[in-house]
Ligand binder design. Structure first.
Ligand code: SAM
Length: 313
């Protein structure tokens, strides 16, 4: 299926012809396959090769590392994960390379023992990453509104095996009634999925301008709830797998209009220019765009800020 015409027109307008055409060409290319190994189950194997990842090992050595994640590996092809016992044992998680960047956003945040709310969590890629970061003394509340997806999330959390994750299946407002309780709140928002046009061609058929508008409105609601759950001084992570401004920078701009100076600059995030990530700012938010013609992995947008320490709780 071809890329939606109005999507292509918008990309050419937003990025300019050269960049826009390069992005569209990349979206018609081959998707990347990557995994993140489980440090608790592949202990001592985070060096050259995670040897426990038996079935996929030959593919690891050929393709290299995810540049921004110590546990991330690119695969040279797509193995039959379902036939690999290490996959079922939770020795690794098949996770998009760009998504692994959320760990980088927390590189200066004291995460050991922290309480993290992953508000839109299924199937659990980022939940498992947060679970490894907070360690035994920490807690991840992984919430998923869709009950069917929540059971997949619970399976993946069980396989990961860190024992520090609670899975809930609530509307955001219900879980966020734990006001000012979390050190970190992550909103990996339901979005129009333009960044998945290469990996999942069905996403092209589901895309529409109307859906972009609906997603943006839903994101506004989710961010309002997320902010209530975050403690003063805590860190907010917002991410989508789409390219349009309305759901990315636009969501942050609309949030700043009501949250005002309660939003403060985040802890520093160190990014190597060689990674190809396009950095930006929306007020105090730092933003990071992953374009498949510039970075490894699929399309992704991430932003980070803090709740001001003197904000009302
Ligand atoms: N964080 C997940 C991961 O890394 O594996 C991916 C999350 S996916 C991008 C967004 C999730 O938001 C979906 O599982 C979807 O069911 C959920 N969702 C849909 N509508 C929602 C809403 N109104 N409020 C909260 N979550 C919603």
């Amino acid at each position: 299926m071809e890329l939606p015409r109005t999507f292509v027109e918008r990309v050419l307008c937003d990025l300019g012809t050269t960049e826009g055409e390069a992005l569209c060409r990349a979206l018609d290319g081959e998707a990347c396959v990557s995994i993140r190994v489980n440090p608790a189950k592949a202990e001592g194997l985070r060096g050259e090769q995670p040897a426990r990842v038996s079935e996929v090992l030959p593919m690891l050595t050929a393709a290299g590392r995810v540049p921004w994640c110590a546990d991330g590996f690119l695969l040279a092809g797509r193995p039959s994960f379902t036939f690999d016992s290490d996959f079922h044992a939770g020795a690794y998680y098949v996770q998009e390379a760009a998504s692994q960047f959320v760990g980088c956003l927390l590189q200066e945040v004291p995460t050991s023992g922290a309480r993290i709310l992953d508000l839109c969590a299924a199937p659990g890629g980022k939940t498992t990453l947060y679970a490894s970061l907070v360690g035994r003394g920490g807690l991840v509340v992984a919430n998923e509104i869709d009950r069917r997806r929540a059971s997949v999330l619970a399976d993946n959390v069980r396989k990961w095996g860190t024992g520090n994750v609670v899975v809930t299946t609530c509307e955001p407002h219900a879980v966020c009634d734990c006001e000012a309780w979390f050190d970190v709140v992550a909103v990996d928002a339901p979005c129009s999925g333009e960044g998945m046009f290469r990996k999942d061609p069905a996403a092209r058929g589901e895309w529409s301008e109307n859906n972009v508008r609906q997603c943006a409105a839903r994101q506004d609601d989710i961010l309002r709830e997320a902010w209530r759950a975050l403690r003063p001084g805590g860190t907010l992570i917002y991410s989508t797998c789409t390219f349009n401004r309305d759901e990315d920078e636009g969501s942050l701009e609309r949030m700043l209009a009501w949250a005002g100076d309660e939003v403060a600059a985040p802890y520093p995030v160190d990014v190597d220019p060689a990674w190809g990530i396009v950095e930006g700012e929306v007020g105090p938010f730092r933003t990071f765009r992953f374009f498949p013609h510039r970075t490894v992995g699929e399309g992704f947008f991430a932003a980070v800020a803090r709740k001001a320490p003197d904000a009302p709780g």
